[in-house]
Design a protein around this ligand. Sequence first.
Ligand code: ATP
Ligand code: MG
Length: 345
Amino acid sequence: MPVLSVRDLRIGYRSGGRLVEAVRGVDFDLYPNEALALVGESGSGKSTLGLGLLRLLPRTGQITGGEVRYRAPGGDQVEATDYDVLSLEGTRLRRFRWSEAAMVFQGAMNAFNPVLRIGEQFADTMRAHAPEGRLGREDIRERAGDCLRSVRLEPGQVLGSYPHELSGGMRQRALIALAMVLEPRVLILDEPTTALDLLTQRAIVDMLQELRAERGFAMIFISHDLALASELADRVATMYAGRIIESGTADDLFREPRHPYTAGLIGAVPTVHGGALEPVSIPGAPPDLARLPAGCSFASRCSYAVDECRTTDPGLLMVTDRPAGETSHEAACLRWEAVRMPAMA
Ligand code: ATP
Ligand code: MG
């Protein structure tokens, strides 16, 4: 059973007296222990979707429709959980955040309060969001220490430090530890490695894989880097203009993309083997969300587009149907059968 089921989620931003939709009807299921990568160019709605799932949108943002169902199995002492996150308020919402689902925000390297020691920030977060109410000092130290060790930081050093005393890579690890501290079932990471050098990126991706295996959380990994995402994810979804336009296994999308936009994104990745290969970017720019064209929103940039594409948006079509429990490959393209990988040279 999915831990998160998102149905027809719509999110808009108020701007100049009107509401512009930045997430336009997104559906997906996230299973326990699964890693889903959301990829797409800047402005495609990845962060808006992540923030919306946790109900952490800025003031101008508004969820205008849909459902985000969260489920957790019961145990000896606890009842099974099944509710729509969009209906939570007050204390229940605060506890959902961090203890059921947590997020490492985009550009979060500066998310720590500069005047508080890291240890105090762990304590604040845990006191505000722990489901079991007040936690003692010892309990807090122990849990924070445990999480820091699991991201390979030395608690004795880090808890007493101010954020500026840590390197970028260490701060990012500490933020991941902070997100895990209340053992959420869902962890959303928004571009967690973007500001880091390649070696540190690699170390963090490897670490996330280990943590997921060890702790069993489900992960939503947001990235504009399809290569990085496909290394880490069981399933990859491409976003364009506020919609998921292709979804499948990392292999499906990387080796046999069936939406011209995904194929273009792969072409835009400079290959590691290619030496001096220049990234080929997709010509044109994403549409203005306030003035979306009829039909497929990618049509004006698409070399496969035919007349019908300018009038019809097909939604996700089945490319490869797989048995229940496995990831099927779907693409929102009328011409998916014609789509080929771009030439890499
Ligand atoms: P990036 O890769 O740059 O992080 P993204 O895929 O995360 O991009 P979002 O930040 O979700 O994209 O933005 C989606 C759309 O919503 C964009 O058109 C953006 O301009 C708009 N948007 C984002 N935040 C706000 C805001 N606070 N107010 C108004 N519009 C916003
Ligand atoms: Mg973003």
